[in-house]
Design a protein around this ligand. Structure first.
Ligand code: NAD
Length: 358
């Protein structure tokens, strides 16, 4: 297939890890006969330095005209004193909004060799492979009315509104069932339907959408129980379907089961162009030293192949190459373990490329 990929490395370690993911995609293209065109553009602090804004129009136009976006990370101490609307992180909100990305997919997977990186016991985390799907553009973060009002008695009252429409729930539920079909075919929908009307509607619509996916198992769980079960028996979950706020919280909880931020990819999906990025930031404390872990970004590239291009075999090949590289004992500093071989960002990328070819 032919695809145009916008490559936005951004700041800090973004500039080191993204090239490693591009290397991997180039090898995939060559090996499986695809034509990937890569077009780079500036975002975040580097865009501020060059153009005075974190998300230049050219970058946004490129993203919209591409088939998928690969993003590194933005931000750093150098731009922290800028006014909020000019900060690098504004670019993330801007690009997500412009691409209409309403679904955020965050896998939390524990690789066999890294079980001990988790703070939880081996027998709890071994074999975890969860995909948290978070609704990204609705719910309490956007619902109206919102604000802080003055009351006649001199007190103030803070208000936010949790609201979902049928269509908003329907489209995110479809993403969850489709994703489950690529996995172990089980969706657990998280809600608080015993208390919240918005959750009552959420559950009703999820059940309706499920009628078109009889091959996928559907379960429902209250959010408080989900938070408990994630640390008690996380292996019971395959796809966790969440509204915006529940997903915000539970995706971080699920991520931490795995123990290392440098390993965790993400995908954001919208009407057309998807965006694929590691969940971590620009890590200024380690930037420019060839020690950042590129695996989260390489795994994000694998998600791109699966979710943007439906290239399942190719995505699986990248996953297998990552597993093999870890099995061979290669480790970046953040995931080091006794007896392992500590390698740099570039060497880790090269090892994964080599294992793709073997
Ligand atoms: P961070 O994720 O950048 O770093 C947190 C910790 O994890 C640091 O100790 C860092 O060294 C480590 N780490 C992160 N990625 C790693 C990797 N690939 N390999 C090894 N270690 C890694 O979060 P932070 O320090 O809170 O934020 C730094 C900057 O990044 C800030 O400007 C923040 O606003 C920005 N940020 C950007 C994004 C994004 O671009 N999506 C997300 C979060 C934070």
């Amino acid at each position: 297939m032919k695809a145009k990929i916008a490559v936005l490395a951004g700041d800090g370690v973004g500039r080191e890890i993204v090239p490693e993911a591009v290397k991997v995609l180039k090898v995939i293209a060559e090996k499986y006969g695809h034509a990937f065109e890569f077009a780079t553009a500036d975002i975040g602090g580097q865009a501020i330095d060059k153009f005075g804004v974190p998300l230049p129009n050219d970058t946004l136009t490129l993203a919209k005209q591409s088939d998928a976006v690969l993003l590194g990370a933005v931000g750093g101490p150098r731009w922290e004193s800028l006014e909020y609307s000019l900060r690098p992180e504004r670019a993330l909100l801007g690009i997500r909004e412009a691409l209409g990305l309403y679904a955020n997919l965050r896998p939390a997977k524990v690789y066999a060799n890294l079980v001990d990186a988790s703070t939880l016991k081996r027998e709890v985390v071994e074999g975890i492979d969860i995909l948290v799907i978070r609704e990204l553009t609705g719910g309490i973060y956007f619902g109206k009315p919102k604000g802080i009002e003055k009351l006649p008695n001199g007190q103030e009252r803070g208000v936010n509104t949790e609201a979902y429409t049928t269509e908003e729930v329907r489209r995110i539920a479809k993403v969850a069932f489709e994703a489950a079909r690529k996995r172990r075919k089980k969706v657990t929908s998280v809600d608080k339907a015993n208390v919240l009307e918005s959750s009552e509607l959420w559950r009703k619509v999820v059940i309706e959408v499920h009628a078109s996916y009889p091959d996928v198992e559907l379960g429902h769980i209250y959010v408080d129980n989900a938070a408990m079960q994630l640390v008690r028996n996380p292996r019971q979950f395959d796809v966790l379907l969440c509204n915006n706020m529940f997903g915000d919280i539970l995706s971080d909880e699920a991520a931490m089961l795995t123990g290392s931020i440098g390993m965790l990819p993400s995908a954001s999906i919208g009407a057309k162009v998807g965006l694929f990025e590691p969940i971590h930031g620009s890590a200024p404390d380690i930037a420019g030293r060839n020690i950042a872990n590129p695996i989260a970004t390489i795994a994000s590239a694998a998600m791109m192949l699966s979710y943007a291009f439906q290239l399942e075999k190719e995505a699986e090949a990248i996953e297998q190459a990552i597993v093999k590289t870890l099995d061979l004992g290669y480790r970046t500093k953040d995931i080091q373990s006794p007896g392992a071989q500590i390698v740099g960002t570039v060497e880790m990328g090269e090892a994964i490329v080599k294992n793709l070819n073997d």
